[in-house]
Write a protein that binds this ligand. Sequence first.
Ligand SMILES: *Cc1c(COP(=O)(O)O)cnc(C)c1O
Length: 426
Amino acid sequence: MTASSKRFERAKKVLAGGVNSPVRAFKAVGGDPVFARSGKGAVVTDADGKAYVDYCHSWGPLILGHAHPEVVAAAVKAARTGSSFGMPTERETELAELIRSAVPSMELLRLTSSGTEAVMSALRVARAFTKRDLVVKFAGCYHGHVDSLLVAAGSGATTLGRPDSAGVPEAWARTTITIPFNDPTAVADAFSKWGDQIAAVIVEPIVGNMGVVEPETGFLADLRQIASKHGALLIFDEVITGFRVGWGGAQGLFGIQPDLTTLGKIVGGGFPIGAYGGRRDVMELVAPLGPVYQAGTLSGNPVAVAAGLAALRALKRDKPYAALAKRTKRLAEAARAAAAKAGVPAIVPHAASMFTVFFAGIPVRDYAAARTADAAAYGRFFNALLKAGVYFPPAQYEAAFLSTAHTDRQLERTAAAFGPAFEAAR
Ligand SMILES: *Cc1c(COP(=O)(O)O)cnc(C)c1O
């Protein structure tokens, strides 16, 4: 029995499922989860002392790798001088200023403790501003465990949703319209049916949460146009893509200005954080300026803010995005070549420093296509990589991430491990 398995047995007695977030339990890939002992750069070491080249990177926050010296120093220094006050601190303003300088559509913003909280709050303010209740989301996009967004698509493009999690009231699910990503006709249908009741359209502008799926040309521009035409707000959920696909996020890449944006992950440098913000006239509805209540004992936490500032300052200074994209492309190409050699149908979309190995035979432009992937084959691929000392995200429908810490040698080692892993998957 591995040290991780022993720890898992113990954890299951006291933590629900042995974990604090379900995907960590390895249900999607089989076997017991690997317990982390430490991380440094692109390497995570497990409870047995085995080292892995990490492509999960805490699900996206660690674009600078584990335990980046500047981030660690900033966090330690902040903790030494008081970890929380429940009073404003100057660094919160500095972080907000830096975020706004990168993402100018966030004229006024708020820091929260998680991405889920940021999304939940953005929806609340959008509903208050428009005085409408319905929200359009896209199948396969994930926006945190917000009750009203844990919905399955209704039957047909323009029916209201039903709960996709136990414990979500039907009535709340019915405030959400779920339609296919990259389907402008479905968007138009939804607006023709519910246009005067839709408060907001929320979208991951580059999807990470059904695996990596890029928007087709014009799709986001269409969303911008139709939302404006009907008086609905456009919300870009950039919890993954913010400071990941470029300094200005996906909105900077595509030159599209949403009304509201949600951030998280990278913005906290590996500590718990979220942020939402956007148009000044919308955000002025948030208490104490306006009637939308939103608060948090640890919101804008000094340690998270210090770590986030250090991370963003390093990204601003080092401009790693072009190099990251190039390296990711190279690794994706290596995966494609290895799959072809093994005779395994796989497609490997990549965007900036995100990529996914889909065990699918068709291009993945929406969730229905993603669902054609052979998740069991992914599980075999994942476990073969794990054995070889490469840690991929433990589920098919997720993005793998490169960080600035990956070395050429580590990438080469990973590419070499792809061959046997695709053989194992076959
Ligand atoms: C991770 C994620 C969230 C939720 O953030 P948490 O910090 O896990 O609550 C929301 N939206 C997207 C796009 C995410 O990837």
